[in-house]
Design a protein around this ligand. Structure first.
Ligand SMILES: C[S@@+](CC[C@H](N)C(=O)[O-])C[C@H]1O[C@@H](n2cnc3c(N)ncnc32)[C@H](O)[C@@H]1O
Length: 225
């Protein structure tokens, strides 16, 4: 299944361009809740001493949360500008330029893999899940935090927020025009049940999810079989 409509090179260029405003936009878009969601993701899957791959690490906030939970972290991303910002936050974490769709690691290299707001952007979601499974040890854990589309009471508010307010905020910040891409990328992405099915098909079991903020964000966890 292909979820991204932009070629990988364009996605990378887009994130390079967004990098200077990325953290500010996260805080504004989520009213500061994003840090809590990353903390809960890390706490759900990371145990002290685990080797953790945070793929699509961006500016590093989920990797930092995973370290706080006791992991030994490798952060990987294909955008050099996002990685630059991550490095500034913590020079001691290993930050690697690389592609989630072709991870530069041997099978079974990590106890935990996390991805925060990243899988929505990849050109081939099934391949991304298979790569995450491949680099985990059997019994290893995955945590995927991603924006999703709520149903029910919250849906109209969500549509206004993502379709109107977020692109507008993006336009006001230098380099943020690419945020007009966000609503489309969320709409294209599978819902929580479908993502869980894809995780099962990729070799994870015990797949569960919980949602935050009225169903705007979903955390999926699973165990490598
Ligand atoms: C929305 S940001 C998320 C950053 C961070 N995980 C967070 O929690 O804020 C998505 C990141 O995924 C990266 N990315 C997208 N596709 C990728 C791929 N195939 N391989 C590596 N990184 C990728 C982008 O460069 C970008 O930094």
């Amino acid at each position: 299944m292909t979820t991204g409509t932009l070629p990988a090179g364009e996605v990378r260029t887009m994130f390079d361009r967004i990098a200077p405003v990325y953290d500010v936009m996260n805080r504004l878009m989520t009213l500061g809740l994003d840090l809590r969601w990353r903390r809960l993701t890390a706490e759900a899957v990371v145990r002290p001493g685990d080797r953790v791959l945070d793929a699509c690490c961006g500016t590093g906030d989920l990797a930092l949360a995973a370290r706080k939970a006791g992991g030994e972290i490798t952060g990987l991303d294909f955008s050099p500008r996002m990685l630059e910002r991550a490095r500034r936050k913590s020079p001691s974490i290993e930050w690697v330029e690389g592609d989630l769709l072709a991870l530069p690691y041997e099978n079974g290299s990590f106890e935990v893999a996390t991805v925060g707001f990243g899988v929505r952007n990849v050109a081939d979601l099934e391949r991304a899940l298979a790569e995450l499974r491949r680099v985990l040890v059997a019994g290893g854990r995955v945590g995927i935090l991603e924006i999703t589309t709520p149903t029910g009471l919250f849906a109209p508010f969500y549509r206004v927020w993502f379709d109107r307010v977020v692109p507008l905020l993006g336009k006001l910040l230098r380099g943020g025009a690419a945020y007009s891409y966000l609503p489309a990328s969320v709409r294209r992405f599978p819902g929580p049940g479908e993502l869980a099915e894809l995780m099962l098909a990729a070799g994870f079991d015990g797949v569960e999810w919980r949602t935050f903020a009225g169903g705007i964000v979903a955390l999926h966890i699973g165990r490598a079989t």
